[in-house]
Write a protein of this length. Structure first.
Length: 296
């Protein structure tokens, strides 16, 4: 069994808030990253489908896992990733962690605390960054910064889609303790416009998400690959912009996304700044040692 076309959202890597294997990334790394994304998209579409029953959703996720691990060829969306993992001698663990999060999406509709939400991000978001780092051969020492960035991206998405998730699939990622602290329940998400209490709750969560960004900002300078440094710097800056929007706007009634032009401008500036800083560091190193870094 696989995710039939009629169950798919039609969403692709081009529709995401953040770049997925953009042209900034070296061409040789794009195929495994895109295969991972498309595997995740198939699983996400199944878990989030508004009319599929829970058992059907879990059956699709099981088929994706079986195909990924070579026990079946039933789920075509997992075959490309399986082939890329074999080609690159990469572990399937990050993909399996994602499936754990998607199974949780099917069975768990509410979160009590911020800590519980971060634990969900451990499986729903952090494996994505870790996989990209593994594809590039980066050190595991980069994982903590990547984890912070991926958790921030996930929570940004939750806040952007909080009303849609509640209305369409009765799923709420905003912790109930945070809603209760503002004197409201999940039903506040059904309104066409956020109440002052809900707006205060969402803005406070955006501010809390912002506390992840200092650690996240350590990722671009921490990776060795220049192209990956540029790509992650773009993602860090996009996250900062979106958090700033979520700290002031109402996701129930206002636009809380960047336009393609705005995103492109952020990407251009972040990429240029990363390339310039790496060039400057390289020049400073050569001046201080009398040799280029590769000559050591």
């Amino acid at each position: 069994m696989t995710v039939d076309t009629k169950y798919k959202s039609g969403k692709s890597e081009c529709d995401e808030n953040f770049p997925v294997a953009s042209r900034i990334v070296a061409a040789r790394h794009r195929a495994p990253i895109l295969a991972f994304y498309r595997f995740a998209r198939a699983a996400d579409d199944a878990a989030d489908h508004p009319t599929l029953d829970p058992q059907s959703k879990l059956s699709i996720l099981d088929a994706l896992e079986d195909t990924l691990l070579g026990r079946s060829d039933a789920a075509t969306d997992a075959i490309a990733l399986r082939e890329q993992l074999q080609l690159r001698n990469l572990s399937s663990q990050h993909a399996l962690d994602l499936l754990k999060a998607f199974r949780q999406d099917v069975t768990k509709l509410r979160y009590e605390t911020w800590e519980e939400l971060l634990d969900y991000c451990r499986y729903s978001a952090m494996p994505v960054g870790r996989f990209v780092l593994d594809v590039h051969g980066e050190s595991k020492s980069t994982w903590p910064a990547s984890d912070a960035l991926c958790a921030a991206l996930q929570i940004i998405n939750h806040l952007q889609d909080c009303a849609k998730d509640y209305r369409n699939i009765d799923r709420v990622y905003i912790p109930r303790m945070d809603l209760a602290a503002h004197g409201i329940g999940v039903e506040a998400l059904a309104e066409p416009q956020a109440s002052p209490a809900l707006l205060a709750c969402i803005h406070a969560l955006a501010e809390r998400t912002e506390t992840l960004m200092p650690d996240a900002a350590l990722l671009p300078p921490g990776v060795s690959d220049l192209r990956l440094a540029a790509e992650t710097s773009v993602i860090v800056e996009l996250a900062r912009k979106l958090i700033a929007i979520l700290k002031t706007r109402d996701p129930l009634s206002e636009r809380v996304h960047l336009s393609k032009l705005q995103a492109a401008m952020v990407a251009s500036r972040a990429t240029a700044a990363t390339v310039a800083s790496r060039a400057l560091a390289r020049f400073a190193f050569s001046k201080s040692t009398g040799m280029m870094p590769h000559e050591r």
